[in-house]
Design a protein around this ligand. Structure first.
Ligand code: NAD
Length: 499
């Protein structure tokens, strides 16, 4: 692996008192209680932290700020670059942006790390051997949030996957495996269907995997991979995947490990990082000293490793394991016959504090190496030779009983004047319907019409504009165009089914 591929950076700097500045938000619902418990444990363990507090969530939304965060709070986050965040309540209804998605994207937090571990026999699970880390891409995919209604009947959401995005997350997964003594990295995609987007993710996984000969590598198609993960999670170690799959499967993995209330999560970027519990603000449980602070506490353990305080991370994590093992449990994991004491949030924190310096006796104790912060970077590549081979023009068309043959003949007639171009095919929802479509195929009012050059030359932008002028003159409602390109001679667009 080249030195430029993974930047070993310290994203945090201790201040003159030796403390590392971090930004803390107490959040909504159970947030303040679990944050209080977490900070008390960190302080008792000797964490060297200089805390700046910011307000986010419900109160900020209520003041009419649709992002749920004020400008001064961003300044704190940019200054400290480390965010320990309690869950917030996202108001229902339109016009409000998810603070989590905004923070991840605005701060470039491309990697979401979610360890999902079972603690049998102390916490009930069907999978006592489970120890899986989900590494989820955090910025791209369908979460790019580019959606449009294009016709009366059809809406679309763009799935955006970039090579730098794939390189950063996949390299991060391999580096995480090396740093944490993991032996295997598995990649989940659906590249049998999405050959370009998921195909790129898989391809980059294969390319980068070669640089890690000591790590076992495997790829699963997401559907059967997800089934296997839910059935036999002990077969997996580190699993890396695009954003949406990772969102869904990390909750599944946390739940089957024992409880979503136990899992912490790290969101890592090249410059900033955010640490949290994976659960939400559980408003019904708020202000009753009931909530389990474990998810946020384990998120804060990941933060301590990130800022170079592995000694404290180890101390806190082992004391927490010992508390779980001693059967001191909050209501959500309490079980008659297994637990010894049902406690509230505050008492649970007291129990962890009382065990600082102790290690678990039967659960596996954790050991954190002297850490280094990882920020994976993508390598710049020379631009490929790009050719424009044709264009897909999309139409909103709802005439003549939606007979594709009528649309096809009409387009051939009106575009016949544009030199050396030809209507190659029309598809509807990806299925070719002209020429030679099946009358059985259901057609919406949204048509993709593919134009290619007939003389082997590249298409020019002028010819694309001429085609558009021709269809406009015929009164056809074009919605958008997509260029059909080849990169370094390889056609880089999907064929219509049946094309
Ligand atoms: P939730 O995770 O808040 O709670 C679901 C249920 O799980 C709760 O009713 C409770 O029984 C249990 N639970 C969750 N965390 C627990 C804990 N620490 N201790 C004990 N029990 C716990 O999910 P929800 O009810 O769907 O969402 C509530 C709010 O949280 C919503 O406004 C949602 O948008 C928000 N949310 C925020 C985040 C975040 O800030 N990261 C994440 C998810 C949901």
């Amino acid at each position: 692996m080249s030195d430029t591929a993974i930047a070993k950076v310290s994203t945090t700097t201790a201040n003159t008192s030796g403390k590392v500045p971090i930004t803390v938000a107490r959040g909504d619902g159970i947030g303040p209680e679990i944050m209080d418990a977490t900070l008390r444990i960190l302080e008792a363990a000797g964490a060297r932290l200089a805390i700046e507090e910011i307000e986010i969530g419900e109160q900020v939304y209520a003041r009419g700020n649709s992002a749920g965060i004020e400008p001064q709070a961003w300044e704190s986050l940019r200054r400290t670059k480390v965010f320990l965040k309690a869950p917030i309540t996202t108001p229902q209804g339109g016009g409000v942006k998810s603070l989590n998605v905004t923070t991840r994207k605005a701060l470039g937090l491309y990697a979401n790390i979610r360890p999902c571990v079972s603690y049998a026999p102390y916490i009930e699970t069907k999978h006592p051997q489970m120890d899986v880390v989900i590494v989820r891409e955090n910025e791209e995919d369908l979460y790019a949030g580019i959606e449009h209604q294009q016709s009366d009947e059809v809406v679309q959401c763009l799935k955006v996957i970039s090579r730098p995005g794939c390189e950063k997350i996949i390299r991060y997964a391999f580096e995480y495996a090396v740093q944490n003594n993991r032996h295997k990295v598995t990649c989940f995609t659906k590249d049998n269907i999405m050959k370009l987007t998921d195909g790129l993710f898989h391809k980059v996984f294969d390319e980068i995997g070669v640089e890690y000969p000591n790590i076992e590598k495997e790829h699963w198609i997401i559907d059967i991979g997800a089934a296997k993960l839910a059935d036999s999670p002990e077969a997996f170690d580190v699993v890396v995947m695009p954003n949406l799959y990772g969102d869904i499967l990390s909750d599944v993995a946390a739940q089957i490990a024992g409880s979503v209330g136990l899992a912490g999560s790290a969101n890592i970027g090249a410059q900033c990082a955010m640490f949290e519990a994976i659960h939400g603000s559980a408003p019904r449980r708020a202000n009753q000293n009931l909530a389990n602070p474990s998810g946020l506490l384990l998120g804060s353990v990941m933060m301590l490793v990130h800022i170079g305080q592995s000694d404290i991370a180890e101390k806190v994590h082992n004391a927490w394991l010992r508390t779980i093992e001693d059967g001191i449990h909050t209501y959500d994991i309490f079980q008659e016959g297994i637990s010894s004491q049902k406690v509230g949030t505050r008492e649970f924190a007291d129990a962890v504090i009382a065990r600082l310096g102790q290690r678990p006796e039967s659960l596996k104790a954790v050991k954190y190496n002297a850490s280094r912060s990882l920020a994976s970077v993508s390598q710049a590549r020379p631009p490929a030779r790009k050719q424009l081979l044709g264009v897909d023009i999309f139409f909103h068309w709802n005439e003549d009983d939606r007979n594709p043959n009528v649309l096809g003949k009409k387009l051939e007639q009106v575009t016949g004047t544009v030199a050396n171009t030809q209507l190659k095919m029309i598809s509807n929802r990806g299925v070719k319907v002209y020429p030679d479509g099946f009358p059985e195929t259901f057609c919406t009012d949204h048509w993709r019409c593919r134009f290619l050059k007939t003389d082997g030359s590249d298409m020019t932008h002028t010819e694309v504009i001429e085609l558009l002028k021709a269809v406009q003159a015929a009164g056809l409602d074009f919605i958008k165009t997509e260029h059909l390109c080849a990169f370094d001679g390889v056609k880089s667009y999907s064929l219509g089914q049946g094309e």
